[in-house]
Ligand binder design. Structure first.
Ligand code: NAP
Length: 331
C-alpha cells in the first residue's frame, strides 16, 4: 500500500438548512482497503441534488424516501458532493486497473462525499479514467447534467436524427447538456431559457431559442417529437398539444402524484410521458467523455469557486437559475 495523508478538509453539515449549515472541518482520510483507490480531488460540483439533500427540499411525496436515505431530523450523511475529478494518489494491493497519477472521474452516487480533499472508492465502482484530451473541469461538469440528459434523450425519448425536440431550462446543468447532446444526435432543437442565457444557448447551433421572459410561449403550442422539461413547467395535460401523435416527453422535475400520472398516461396512450430518477453506468460516463473528446459536447461551467468559499457555490445552486455547472476547485 502507498502512503496517504491522515487529515483532510471536508465540507461537513450537521443539520439541514441553507448554505450556512455547511462548514469546512478537519476530518480523517478514510483508510484504504485492498481493492480501493485513494483519489486526491481536484474538482467537484455543487448541484441541485446537493441543495435538495442539504435543505430537505424535494418534490411533494419524496420526503420519506429522502429521509430514509439521508435522515429525518439530522443528516445521516455529513459530506455532500456527487461527483469528483482527481488523481489517484494511492492504491490498495489488489487494485489491477489503476495506477498512481491516473486522472479519474468518479460518480459517488447515493453515498456522496465528494466535497472533501480525498475520496476512497472501490476499483469496481463508478470510477473511470479521463482521456488526456479532456480536462478535470470538463469531466466533472459532464456528470450530473450530461448523464441525466443522455439517459433521458437516448433511453426514454428514443431521440433520432431529424426529430424535433423542445428543451426547457436550456441554460442549466441538465438543459445545456441536453441541448448539445440532442444536437449531436442530429435532432432539431428548440431551446427555452431566459434572456441572460439566450446567446450562449443560441451559439450551440439550435434551430430556435425561446426567451421565456419575453414571450407567453406556453400559450402557443407547436408539435414536437420530443419534449424534455428540466424545469417543471409542464404537467401531463398541458403537454399533449406540444406532442406529435407518437411524441414522447420527459419531466426531470415531478412530484410523486405527477410521477404516477405520467406512468398511467404512458400505459394508456400512444404519446408517452416519463418522469423519475435516472442513474448512469460506467459506459454512460465513458460515452460522455468521448463526446467531449470528439468536441460534440462541452459541458457549460458557469462558475469555478474555491473550496474555501463552498457556501457561495451552494447559494448559486440554490437559486434555480444557475448557468451550467458550479465547480469547486479543491486545491
Ligand atoms: N430526474 C432526475 O434524474 C434528475 C436528475 C438531475 C436533475 N434533476 C432535476 O432537474 C432540475 C434541473 O436541474 P439542473 O441541475 O439543470 O438545475 P439548474 O442548473 O439550476 O438549472 C435550472 C435552469 O432552469 C431555468 N429556469 C428556472 N425557472 C425557469 C422558468 N420558469 N422557465 C424556464 N426556465 C427556467 C434556469 O434558467 P434561467 O436563469 O434562464 O431561468 C436554470 O438555468 C432540478 O430540479 C433537479 O432536481 C432531475
Amino acid at each position: 500500500m502507498n502512503t496517504k495523508p491522515s487529515l483532510q478538509k471536508a465540507a461537513v453539515f450537521h443539520k439541514f438548512g441553507g448554505p450556512e449549515v455547511v462548514s469546512l472541518e478537519d476530518v480523517a482520510v478514510p483508510s484504504l482497503q485492498e481493492s480501493e483507490l485513494l483519489i486526491q480531488v481536484k474538482f467537484s460540483t455543487v448541484n441541485s441534488a446537493d441543495c435538495r439533500i442539504r435543505s430537505r427540499n424535494v418534490p411533494r411525496g419524496f420526503g420519506t424516501i429522502l429521509g430514509l436515505l439521508y435522515g429525518f431530523k439530522e443528516p445521516k450523511l455529513k459530506v455532500l458532493g456527487l461527483e469528483v475529478a482527481g488523481e489517484v494518489v494511492a492504491t490498495g494491493a489488489a487494485v489491477k486497473g489503476f495506477r498512481l497519477k491516473d486522472r479519474v472521474l468518479v460518480n459517488l452516487g447515493f453515498g456522496m462525499g465528494g466535497h472533501q480533499e480525498y475520496v476512497v472508492v472501490k476499483e469496481k465502482s463508478q470510477v473511470i479514467k479521463i482521456p488526456d484530451e479532456v480536462s478535470f473541469e470538463q469531466a466533472v461538469a459532464s456528470v450530473f447534467g450530461g448523464a441525466t440528459a443522455l439517459l433521458y434523450l437516448r433511453d426514454k425519448l428514443l431521440l433520432k436524427p431529424n426529430h424535433k425536440i423542445l428543451i426547457t431550462g436550456a441554460g442549466g446543468a441538465v438543459g445545456s447538456a441536453a441541448v448539445q447532446i440532442a444536437l449531436s444526435m442530429g435532432a432539431e432543437v428548440t431551446a427555452v431559457c431566459s434572456t441572460d442565457k439566450a446567446s450562449l444557448v443560441g451559439s450551440f447551433g439550435v434551430h430556435k431559442v425561446i426567451d421565456y421572459k419575453k414571450s407567453d410561449w406556453k400559450a402557443q403550442p407547436q408539435e414536437y417529437d420530443a419534449v424534455f422539461d428540466t424545469v417543471g413547467v409542464f404537467g401531463v395535460e398541458d403537454l399533449i398539444p406540444w406532442l406529435s401523435e407518437t411524441g414522447k416527453a420527459a419531466l426531470a422535475v415531478a412530484d410523486l402524484p405527477l410521477n404516477l400520472k405520467c406512468f398511467w398516461f404512458s400505459l394508456t396512450h400512444k404519446r408517452k410521458v416519463y418522469a423519475g430518477a435516472v442513474s448512469p453506468r460506467n459506459s454512460d460516463l465513458e460515452a460522455l467523455l468521448s463526446q467531449i473528446k470528439n468536441r460534440q459536447f462541452d459541458p457549460v461551467i458557469g462558475k469555478v469557486i474555491p473550496f474555501s468559499a463552498i457556501r457561495e457555490a451552494h447559494q448559486i445552486a440554490d437559486s434555480g437559475h444557475k448557468l451550467g455547472s458550479v465547480l469547486l476547485k479543491m486545491s
